[in-house]
Design a protein around this ligand. Sequence first.
Ligand code: PEP
Ligand code: MN
Length: 338
Amino acid sequence: MIVEMKKGAAKGDVQRVVERARDMGLGTQLNYGTEKIVIAILGSNTGQLSTDIFAVLPGVESVVRVMKPYKLASRGFKSQDTLVTIDGVEVGGQRVVVMAGPCAVEHRNQLMETARGVKKAGASIVRGGAFKPRTSPFSFQGLRKAGLELLAEMRQEVGLPVITEVVDPSQVNMISKYADILQVGARNMQNFPLLTKLGKSKRPVVLKRGLSATVAEWLTAADYLLAEGNEQVILCERGIRSFEDSVRFSLDISSIAVVKKFSHLPVIVDPSHAAGHHDLVGPLAKAAVAAGADGLLIEVHVNPQEALVDGLQSLSIPKFEKLMNELRQIAKSVGKSI
Ligand code: PEP
Ligand code: MN
């Protein structure tokens, strides 16, 4: 249930709604909009309650029953777009934010040279996996702690913020010391203990869409982060499983528009894991920007032929530079910049 307060409603009126919810064993979350306050009523049995319980209270403008499974991620709860700021870089605004770097941190030179290359080409955040959740237990699992230390060194030397993946709730505090953004991988989109722990963290989170998740399931997973008080949530479309096998995953371009319609959260796109091949990354990245994505997460490697992970889908630095130039034109045509 969403309770919309009247413009300029008194503090006491807001308090009365919160208290009535509490008396009924329900939780609340408040959104202080520019015009009015919106209160989400949270609980498992709100579907059975009459909206009158809140509608009769002074200062209440309207009470709406939420038909979708997600509440806090919905536009009904917060109509204005959420902006997530990382070290002065704003995601969700006028600029398309490009995060780029290797799939996995492999060694010092590989990371430093790739980071310098992507920075020169215009990327504003460096990606690099230290803990790799691989489909096979026999594949390279990442440098782990040593990888995080290299990322922190890179941050110092190259001067760009870092995004890296977290796979286990017990790692959240430790990884937060090294990284600016914590990434939840597609395979962990519904790892609820992980989401709950990240919800308590002060770090922005990129929540990737699960391999077979609907947009509603993805937004409901985002509610786990928002419910714990972390409002710095960025969604990432990375392709879903379909019958099509000419690409690694089918990039769901429509999800960008669907998210924009139903949610206030920014959405970025990872064309690399969808494409599975470097030749296809450019067209998918361009389509994503044209469709209104707030950013891109792209795999780039200083020497893709020698990459330990995902070399086939990684762009070389010259290829990434060329793509960035093409993306600037597309961004401009939709009223944005890169
Ligand atoms: C990644 O970005 O490194 C990754 C493993 O992607 P995904 O979780 O989307 O498969
Ligand atoms: Mn990868």
